[in-house]
Design a protein around this ligand. Structure first.
Ligand code: SF4
Length: 295
């Protein structure tokens, strides 16, 4: 089986101490069994500190500081596990973030998540979202399902790549896939936004700016197109059938309309996209609550 990634993936590199929203702050970081075994077996003096910093609950994780920082993040924003022991001692979640993986009938696809500011910058500036590179081979067996979501994904990408304005593209996609987001009341959207779980409660009032009729200015069209392509790549690819694809596509359109709503008053597009990703995409309950609007 081959591993594919969008062409822009080759531009990604963690910017560590230059990162404005480090993934080592604000998230619970789980320690996998393999990493735990490495820490237990290591004779390195820092391994003892790592073991002391782990909360041994059902899912072992690093005890965050009162400012929600990973205990191994130094004052310069660098990882003390890497500095002291080397990258091979990172747990899976730290090594992999912000990468995500999906299976298709043709192999495995990976991408980078928009909650990472550097990934977000690359995604919102890359027009080659429809081009994939093979980045590894022989990584296991492919599996096949009858429905091939990649055919529909390609159809949508060709609409996104066409020579129309963003609103036209969105209308065409919605009409081809019989998606009627305007058929849902504004109250239902706001109730749903209110019911989500938030990492930062200030984002509730931000998301309340959602409007189904958000105005899209010319300067934002390309950002919204690339964001929609990213959401579709991430959330529609593993659809089990056409209905499942349509629900996931509705979810993606909702996310891009939320982004359009937030940036219509000149808010920073990168920060808004990052916040939407961090608050929604990394919480499966939030994804499900939004999808329930479209069932
Ligand atoms: S959020 Fe991205 S750029 Fe920032 S520290 Fe994490 S992986 Fe690196």
């Amino acid at each position: 089986m081959k591993l594919y990634a969008p062409k822009y993936y080759e531009d990604f590199k963690c910017i560590a101490d230059k990162c404005t929203h480090s993934c080592c702050i604000g998230w619970e970081i789980d320690v996998d069994d393999t990493a735990m075994l490495k820490y237990e077996k290591s004779k390195h003096y820092y391994a003892k500190k790592v073991l002391e910093s782990i909360e041994n609950s059902d899912t072992p994780h690093f005890k965050l500081s009162c400012e929600d920082r990973c205990p191994h993040l130094d004052s310069k924003g660098l990882c003390k596990i890497i500095i002291n022991m080397g990258e091979e001692y990172l747990c899976d979640i730290c090594r992999e973030h912000p990468r995500f993986y999906n299976f298709t009938n043709y192999g495995k696809e990976m991408g980078i998540g928009m909650s990472c500011p550097e990934a977000c910058r690359i995604i919102l500036n890359s027009d080659d979202y429809n081009e994939l590179d093979v980045i590894a081979r022989g990584i296991g067996d492919t599996y096949r399902i009858d429905y091939d979501a990649l055919i529909d994904r390609e159809k949508i990408y060709s609409i996104l790549k066409s020579d129309r304005g963003f609103n036209d593209k969105l209308n065409k996609i919605c009409s081809e896939y019989q998606i009627d987001l305007k058929g849902i009341s504004e109250k239902a959207y706001l109730d749903c936004i209110d019911s989500l779980e938030y990492l930062n409660n200030e984002h509730i009032s931000l998301f309340f700016e959602f409007s189904i009729d958000a105005t899209v200015s010319e300067k934002n069209e390309k950002y919204l197109e690339r964001a929609l392509a990213y959401f579709i790549y991430r959330h529609c690819t593993e659809s089990m059938d056409f209905e499942d694809f349509k629900i996931s596509l509705s979810f993606c359109v909702f996310c891009v309309l939320l982004l359009a709503s937030l940036i219509q008053n000149n808010k920073d597009v990168y920060e808004c996209a990052r916040v939407i990703s961090e608050e929604i995409e990394y919480n499966t309950d939030n994804i499900e609550k939004i999808k329930e609007l479209f069932y």
